[in-house]
Write a protein that binds this ligand. Structure first.
Ligand code: DGL
Length: 258
C-alpha cells in the first residue's frame, strides 16, 4: 500500500524541502521526522552520527509506513546516504550542496558554500567541488550558528540579525563572489534575513527544487494527503507545534527508539 513521503532532518531545516515538495506534488501525503534531541548534527563526530542517523531513520520509516525517505539534511546525506540505502528497502533521496548549478550560474567564477562545519569539510563535498566546480574558486564558510537561528524562527522568534551578519561576513571578503550555495536545509528558512554586503548582487542557490523533482521521478506510489501529516521528534518540542502546523503537520509525537 502507498504511504507518505517521509522527510528527515536533524531539526526544522527539512521544512524548506517540504515547501518544494508541496509545490511539485501538491496532493501527496508527507510525514516529517527530526532528531531534535541531538541537534545540531553539524558539530558531531562522524562515526557516532552515522549510527544515530540510521537508528532514527529506521524507526521513523517503520512508524510512518512511508513509501520513500527524503534525507533533507546535507550533513546527514554527505555522511550516511550509502548506508541508509543499504539498510532500507524503500527509495532514499538525499540532499547535497547545489555546487553544480551554482558553478553554471556564476559569471565571475567565484562561488561561496555556506553550510555546517561538517558539510564544508566532508570528502563528499570536496569531490562535488572537484567534479562540478573545478574551474571556479569556491569559498567554503561554516555557519553553524544559523541553524539555531532557523530553529528560533520556527518557534516564532525573530532571528538575531547580528549573528546572521557575522556568519555571512567571510563570504564578502572577495568582491567577485556572485553566487552562494545554501548547503544546509535550515538556511533557506532564513532567506528574508540573508543579505549581501552593500553594492553587490548575489544569487542564492539551494537544492530543494531538485530534490522535489527527483522524488517525483523516483517514487511511483505516494498516498494522497488526507489532513495534517504525521510529525515525529526525538525530544518533546511544544514550542514548534504552531510552526509545524504552518507547514501542514500535526502536533509532534515522540519517536520510540530501540
Ligand atoms: N539541516 C542540516 C543540513 O542540511 C544540518 C543542521 C545541523 O547542524 O543539525 O546540513
Amino acid at each position: 500500500m502507498a504511504g507518505p513521503v517521509l522527510v528527515f532532518d536533524s531539526g526544522v531545516g527539512g521544512l524548506s524541502v517540504v515547501s518544494a515538495l508541496r509545490q511539485r506534488l501538491p496532493g501527496a501525503a508527507l510525514a516529517y521526522v527530526c532528531d531534535n534531541a541531538m541537534l545540531p548534527y553539524g558539530m558531531r563526530e562522524d562515526a557516532w552520527l552515522a549510527g544515530r542517523i540510521l537508528e532514527v531513520c529506521s524507526a521513523a520509516v517503520a512508524a510512518s509506513r512511508c513509501s520513500a525517505l527524503v534525507v533533507a539534511c546535507n550533513t546527514a546525506s554527505t555522511l550516511a546516504l550509502a548506508e541508509l540505502r543499504e539498510h532500507l528497502d524503500i527509495p532514499v533521496i538525499g540532499t547535497v550542496p547545489a555546487i553544480k548549478p551554482a558553478a553554471g550560474l556564476s559569471r565571475t567564477g567565484h562561488i561561496g558554500l555556506l553550510a555546517t562545519s561538517a558539510t564544508v569539510a566532508r570528502p563528499y563535498t570536496l569531490k562535488l567541488i572537484e567534479a562540478f566546480a573545478s574551474e571556479c574558486r569556491v569559498t567554503r564558510v561554516a555557519a553553524d550558528p544559523l541553524v539555531q537561528q532557523a530553529e528560533r524562527w520556527l518557534a516564532g522568534e525573530v532571528p538575531d540579525i547580528d549573528v546572521i551578519r557575522r556568519s555571512l561576513a567571510p563570504l564578502w571578503e572577495d568582491p567577485e563572489l556572485d553566487v552562494v550555495v545554501l548547503g544546509c536545509t535550515h538556511f533557506p528558512l532564513l532567506r528574508d534575513w540573508l543579505t549581501p554586503d552593500a553594492h553587490r548582487e548575489v544569487a542564492w542557490v539551494d537544492s530543494s527544487d531538485a530534490i522535489a523533482r527527483r522524488v517525483a521521478e523516483v517514487v511511483s506510489a505516494i498516498a494522497a494527503a488526507d489532513g495534517l501529516g504525521e510529525c515525529f521528534v526525538t525530544a518533546p518540542a511544544p514550542r514548534l507545534t504552531a510552526g509545524f502546523a504552518s507547514f501542514g503537520f500535526a502536533p509532534a509525537q515522540v519517536l520510540s527508539l530501540p
